[in-house]
Design a protein. Structure first.
Length: 317
């Protein structure tokens, strides 16, 4: 088992590095599609000399391959460059990344709960009216865009009921854990589509496990439905769906860009959106690369979990 998992891990790491390099090339080239360049921060009244001086300082007067090489080698050394505001990029990413990580962990836990509650309930009631209702609810949750769901949550729980703040503003030198109420609505908006997506796989695994020999034997032995569910059915569901649970993090990374912007949450998603708006290329590149790395790592973990949960793959040479 160790050799098989080790070889898979090595292949996934090599493939992940290759994919990340390709993404870095595409991402860097894509920044040239943005209108204007970073020198527009000087304003419309800037002299040509001032514009040219800033372009030379930021390396914008060099060819695209030269600029990419300078940026990529800097990233490898741990230097992602300087923002158009004159501040280093990494400190801002560390602060915003910590906020996004806090939100992602809360949303991930909530997504797993949604997936298992909806998926298991729907699976054990397969073919009955309750199953159809839950399936429709899951499909609806998966189909509603993030920004629409966020708007509904704000309208109901913030504006109409006044239970939660409509925006997730943080004071200086504070963290989201200092004001946990600002995490509730963004976490629900992020977790609902991911949980709805994963619940379909959980339901399918439950339906398959209902006819497994050990589950049938436990049922024929006269065990209560709750005991059959918790001791025999659920343990067989966790393995096949663990890979799906790990993959939900990709939903969270993608949805964070929209959700953080809607709630004014100070995370990496809102940082990326504002950087695109101001043409802050170093921030766009660094943030995009970190998000891409997160997704690649998540899918690598999902692959490894899938191998560990599959006895046949574990025994593969």
């Amino acid at each position: 088992m160790g050799g098989s998992v080790g070889k898979l891990l090595l292949r996934r790491i090599v493939a992940g590095i290759a994919v990340l390099w390709v993404i870095s090339v595409v991402l860097y080239a894509a920044t040239y599609v943005l209108p204007g360049d970073a020198t527009r921060i000087l304003g419309n009244r800037a002299t040509p000399e001032a514009v040219e001086a800033l372009r030379e300082k930021m390396g914008l007067n060099r060819s695209l391959p030269e600029q990419y090489y300078a940026w990529f080698t800097g990233v490898i050394r741990g230097d992602a460059g300087t923002s158009t505001t004159g501040k280093p990029v990494w400190p801002a990413l560390r602060e915003r990344g910590g906020n996004s990580l806090t939100l992602a962990v809360v949303a991930f836990v909530l997504a797993v709960l949604i997936a298992f509650v909806v998926g298991v309930t729907s699976g054990v009631r397969a073919g009955r009216p309750g199953d159809a209702a839950l399936s429709v609810a899951a499909l609806t949750g998966l189909s509603v865009p993030d920004f629409v769901l966020a708007g509904v949550l704000i309208s109901v729980f913030a504006l109409a009921l006044g239970w939660l703040p409509p925006v997730s503003i943080l004071l200086a030198d504070t963290t989201p854990l200092d004001r946990p109420e600002i995490l509730v609505l963004p976490a629900i908006a992020l977790a609902s589509p991911a949980g709805a997506w994963a619940s379909r796989y959980v339901r399918a695994a439950v339906v398959d496990m209902r006819t497994a020999p050990n589950v049938e034997a436990a049922r024929l032995a006269g065990l209560s439905p709750l005991r059959v569910l918790t001791r025999h059915l659920l343990p067989g569901v966790i393995g096949p769906t663990a890979q799906v649970m790990a993959a939900t993090s990709a939903f969270l990374v993608g949805g964070a860009i929209v959700v953080e912007q809607v709630f004014a949450y100070p995370g990496m998603g809102s940082l990326l959106a504002s950087a695109v708006g101001t043409n802050d290329v170093p921030v766009v590149l660094a943030t995009g690369l970190v998000m891409a790395t997160t997704v690649i790592v998540a899918f690598t973990v999902a692959d490894i979990v899938g191998v560990l949960a599959n006895p046949r793959l574990r025994r593969a040479p």
